[in-house]
Ligand binder design. Structure first.
Ligand SMILES: CC(C)(COP(=O)(O)OP(=O)(O)OC[C@H]1O[C@@H](n2cnc3c(N)ncnc32)[C@H](O)[C@@H]1OP(=O)(O)O)[C@@H](O)C(=O)NCCC(=O)NCCS
Length: 426
């Protein structure tokens, strides 16, 4: 349905009628609203808080209702019934695969997990204390030099090849980065294992001939990957789309996404939750901590979200996964602190009034810690899970005829034309 918006420019008295489509007006339509000799009207929107940059059919979020859907399928159903590779296929190709399609897809991914030996040497060149996210970002970027044909972004077959490679190699890169920091030999992929079981083997295998992770732990990590697989136009996805809009290859675009995810405002919150829980330490300290939050001295990490003003649907699923993991690893005493915090916060007027509910990061750090990941690896796990989402968004961008190179406007606030002053006269 097309409605219209009437605008009267009080500077000129002129009236304009702009079409409204899908709850938006086109920013370019505002350009006709101009005072003689001046550029037309534009919008000012730092952080894109109210600007749609694309049309997308991948992920739907209703933050008020606490709904998250990939291609129309509720996240709860996907987490319960699906695998990470099946969800990746869904995100990329729009439909759940048939058994035959899934078998082919899993086969393709499994047989592209190995890295060129030179890339291994590249990772070995990092210092012993390099952050695994920095290593991951650099090595994904380096992949573009191994596959120069990836620059043929207009060729759909070529795109499929690079997408397969990237999803397949991310766990290998993440695991090599992890082993590098540990000073342990890198473990090569084992094609007999599933995507996630293989990742755990590359991380933790020592001298045993085959590393067999507990199936419940594999399943928990698989669910975490599914929950992180896409979240529409977040900061890192916007970075991927922005670089992709210049028709750069997908390795360069995804490396940009990893860079954005590295930032503490985006991918680093679960680490902060864990630090907070450790600081609180015991359930009988929770009430005091909550008072500190209400006084404005603290922030309850893992609570609140820019989009969700209801229980983050992913947090509910993670809470359940916690039980399964702790059944294997033994209960982390910090779980009790987290549960007490949640219980008190959900009843407290301060949090209720502000619609602050647990988000995806509230429990995920506890699971990662139970799985023996050091905090620096948490964001790497996020990046592996988010890769199919980044690539689905990149594919959509490349195929979208309406898209242009990302190039925002600015409001210039500097000095205008002046004469150059020679250095001895300044
Ligand atoms: C996620 C987050 C940045 C969203 O921020 P936002 O949408 O800009 O919300 P605001 O910062 O405007 O918060 C609205 C109100 O709730 C309060 N608030 C928001 N999150 C809070 C939290 N975690 N603890 C205590 N108070 C919080 C703010 O102080 C503000 O109160 P006021 O109206 O009295 O000033 C914010 O909730 C936060 O910092 N949460 C903790 C970090 C976290 O878990 N991040 C992971 C997100 S997946």
């Amino acid at each position: 349905m097309t409605d219209t918006l009437s605008i009267r420019d009080n500077r000129t008295g002129k009236e304009y009628k702009l079409p409204i489509t899908d709850g938006t007006i086109r920013a370019a339509d505002l350009q006709q609203i101009a005072v003689d000799g001046e550029p037309g009207l534009a919008t000012y929107d730092p952080g894109f808080v109210n600007t749609a940059s694309c049309r997308s059919s991948i992920t739907f979020i209703d933050g008020d209702a606490g709904i998250l859907e990939y291609r129309g399928y509720p996240i709860e159903q996907l987490a319960e019934h699906s695998s990470f590779l099946e969800v990746s296929y869904l995100l990329l190709y729009g439909e759940l695969p048939t058994q035959e399609q899934l078998d082919n897809w899993v086969h393709e991914i499994t047989y592209h997990t190995f890295l060129h030996e030179n890339l291994k040497q590249f990772i070995q060149g990092f210092r012993y204390d390099a952050h695994p996210m920095g290593m991951l970002m650099a090595s994904v970027s380096a992949l573009s030099t191994f596959y120069p044909d990836a620059r043929e972004v207009k060729d759909p077959e070529n795109r499929t090849m690079q997408i397969t490679r990237l999803i397949a190699k991310m766990p290998t890169l993440g695991a090599f980065a992890f082993r590098h920091v540990q000073g342990r030999p890198y473990v090569y992929p084992d094609n007999r294992l599933s995507y996630t079981a293989n990742f755990l083997a590359m991380l933790f295998k020592m001298s045993e001939p085959t590393y067999e992770a507990d199936e419940r732990l594999v399943q928990a990590l698989e669910i975490l990957f599914i929950l992180h697989a896409d979240h529409e136009q977040n900061c890192s996805t916007n970075a991927v789309r922005s670089v992709g809009s210049a028709e750069a290859d997908p390795y360069s675009a995804v490396a940009a996404g990893i860079g954005a995810l590295f930032g503490p405002l985006h991918g680093g919150a679960n680490e902060a939750v864990l630090r907070m829980l450790k600081r609180i330490g015991r359930t009988d300290h929770v009430a005091d901590f909550i008072e500190g939050v209400k006084d404005g001295q603290e922030r309850l990490m893992g609570f609140g979200h820019r989009v969700y003003k209801n229980y983050d649907p992913r947090a509910k699923i993670i809470k359940k996964a916690c039980d399964d993991v702790f059944e294997v690893t033994g209960v982390n005493p910090l779980l009790k602190v987290a549960q007490e915090l949640e219980k008190i916060a959900l009843q407290d007027e301060y949090f209720v009034k502000r619609k602050l509910y647990p988000n995806v990061d509230f429990y995920s750090g506890l699971i990662y810690e139970a799985l023996q990941f050091p905090p620096e690896m948490f964001t790497v796990l996020f990046a592996i899970g988010r890769t199919p989402g980044w690539l689905a968004q990149w594919s959509e961008l490349v195929e979208d005829k309406e898209q242009k190179i990302a190039r925002p406007k600015q409001i210039y606030t500097g000095i205008r034309t002046r004469e150059f002053v020679p250095i001895d006269q300044r």
